[in-house]
Design a protein around this ligand. Sequence first.
Ligand code: TRH
Length: 384
Amino acid sequence: MHFPDKLHIFCRVIDNFGDAGVCWRLARQFAHEHHVEVTLWIDELASLKRMCAELDASASKQTARGVVVRRWPSDDTPFASADTADAVIEAFACELPSAYVQAMAQRAKVPAWLNLEYLSAEEWVEGCHALPSPHPSLPLSKYFFFPGFTERTGGLLRERDLFAQRDALQADPNARTAFFTRLGVQLSSTTVVSLFCYPYAPVEALLEALQADEKPVLCLVPEGVATYAVSAFLQQPAKAGATASRGALTLQVLPFVDQDDYDRLLWACDLNFIRGEDSFVRAQWAARPFIWHIYAQDENAHVTKLDAFLGRYTESMPPADALTATRFHLAWNGIRDTGPIASQWRELRAALPDITQHAQQWALQLSRQDDLATALMRFLQKIG
Ligand code: TRH
């Protein structure tokens, strides 16, 4: 028997693009690879539209890329048990509408229900992954499902044909050039860097370091990212297409592209600055060096999270490269004083060929685990 036939994913956008980005990717993968009837309930269609232009941000119900996309129900929306699904994923503790939960409890067979947690490389994740939490008053249990970097977690989002598509682009210089041309980028530099980070990253210091590089560097920044530092460098508004060169650096603003093109951008660059959760995972699949700007959390929880990831990521690197990668991450995230970005950049630059090799091995190693959608399907079947 195929289970689930119908899956509902609920997503509330807290800020930025990651919540919508993860849910959208997952919904598409369930529909395409697991042939499940998927509905994504989301409260902020505008964020999702940035990643999928064909969506209508004002529609309360529409279908795109095989997924039914519905606006988050208002508080008084009634639900009958037939309106619920066989399996329900609540993303990032977004809390389902209470009428929906009541309707779930009225089904003859209650839905398999889980909360998809944020990604972390910390060790405690293994102990909490897949634990149930019984509802205090209804005959329902919600399970906590953690993505992660080890077999004892839910794994990472990875589509079946992702590596084949990546390899095709990376192996074909014409395909890479054609992709850049489509984005309005003329390739003239030896090193191409993409830059996606939070506004408080030391972007000015990075741009200065890139200007002083020995070889030409092209830095591509999606529109809306680090706008202040980018427009200061460009001496014009940071709009898509704007470009300027100084020293070794050419800086160009790109349009904010859809998720599939963003993947291609990561595959096509020699180094990617990424942030948050989803682009962080995609950069790892790109098998290219990356620098992660982690989402800052209260009480410096993100520092522990970054340390945990760097511990895993650099474990099999030669010690000197591990130190370089770690120090650059700390400097970029403003954690502990590891010295100025300029000297960190020179070290990172010199280590890039080695780190590229490591990035390839890392992607391969991670791909040996089940991907998140497959792990979720297995788990839903087990509890359903
Ligand atoms: O936007 P983010 O900072 O999202 C964050 C994180 O998810 C964080 O964990 C969460 O707590 C916080 O939001 C609320 O970064 P992230 O996760 O990388 O999401 C960005 C999404 O945008 C990702 O799906 C890729 C997509 N994207 C495009 O589709 N096109 C683009 O041009 C760019 C730059 C990104």
